[in-house]
Design a protein. Structure first.
Length: 280
């Protein structure tokens, strides 16, 4: 039976292809650690819902039993194509806000990272996902964690502590995204309680560190600069004052003296939290 959790917001995920793919390259070790931790070795059917560019799909495929089936689901065809290239798995195009292409009682592991929070009724989706698990199957959510850190505290330009204000800007964006989702229902619990409410047991969580110290390699540097430039040109437009965005433009401009001064100090530190629960 198709579920009806409502329409999702109007984000253009295809434009994220390059960013998500670059993040997948950089986070390959991290994804491998998560997949090793998640997989028990006896899974037969595994889903990656909202697979993005397929970095975690590839990690799951590599760590899962050879004879298991791994299926990636996303609402964006370009991302599914990238996932097929990266992970070589079967893919399914679906809007998870309106359909869940997983048979009831079938899945040994469902992985969903960064996607449930884009759906209007998160608790209802979790209940639906729990129903799709085989007895003993597990639902794992990549949600929460800590925002990335990349900058020295004092850039010598503007007020120190710019990254704390980037966090606040992201928070405002997130709140607006949830508020503007048609049919959005607030989820007042944390993810652990939400998984329990969905009928799952043995609920636990673990955080994994992405720790790339300075100086960054060129691929990592591109990723960090891309994220900061995204704040300056796009993501921070409504939530960051113009003077802060101007500092970010200087930070990310290879010709700028500020960029050249701090380039060797840029780093990437982040924590990704994984919540897991098991169907009894
Ligand atoms: C933030 S990205 C996360 C990608 C990947 N799971 C990761 O953790 O890097 C969110 C993904 O969910 C997908 N997505 C968002 N809303 C969706 C929906 N309603 N139905 C299907 N996919 C959706 C997007 O296309 C995108 O690939």
């Amino acid at each position: 039976m198709p579920h009806q959790h409502g329409r999702t917001e109007d984000l253009d995920w295809s434009s994220m292809l390059e960013t998500l793919g670059r993040a997948d390259d950089i986070e390959a070790d991290l994804n491998a650690q998560i997949a090793d931790w998640l997989l028990a070795g006896d899974e037969r059917l595994i889903y990656d819902l909202g697979c993005g560019a397929g970095g975690m799909t590839a990690a799951l495929r590599a760590a899962a039993p050879r004879d298991s089936r791994v299926v990636a689901v996303d609402g964006e065809p370009a991302l599914l194509a990238a996932t097929r290239r990266r992970a070589g798995v079967e893919t399914v195009l679906a809007d998870l806000g309106t359909e869940l292409p997983v048979e009831s009682g079938s899945a040994d592991l469902i992985w969903a990272s960064g996607v449930i929070h884009h759906l209007p009724d998160q608790q209802a989706v979790l209940a639906d996902l729990a129903d799709r698990l085989a007895p003993g199957g597990r639902l794992a959510l990549g949600e929460g964690g800590l925002h990335s850190r990349s900058l020295p505290w004092d850039l010598g330009v503007g007020e120190p502590g710019l990254e704390l204000r980037l966090d606040a800007a992201q928070d405002r964006w997130f709140a607006r995204m949830r508020r503007d989702l048609p049919g959005a229902v607030p989820m007042l619990d944390g993810w652990s309680t939400a998984l329990q409410r969905a009928g799952l047991v043995d609920v636990t969580a673990r955080s994994f560190l992405l720790d790339l110290p300075a100086p960054l390699g060129s691929r990592e540097l591109d990723h960090v600069l891309g994220r900061l430039r995204g704040f300056a040109d796009r993501d921070g437009r409504e939530d960051l004052p113009e003077e802060e965005r101007a500092v970010l433009r200087r930070v990310t401009d290879p010709e700028d003296a500020l960029h050249r001064r701090i380039r060797e100090d840029l780093f990437l530190l982040a924590a990704r939290t994984v919540y897991v629960g098991r169907r009894p």
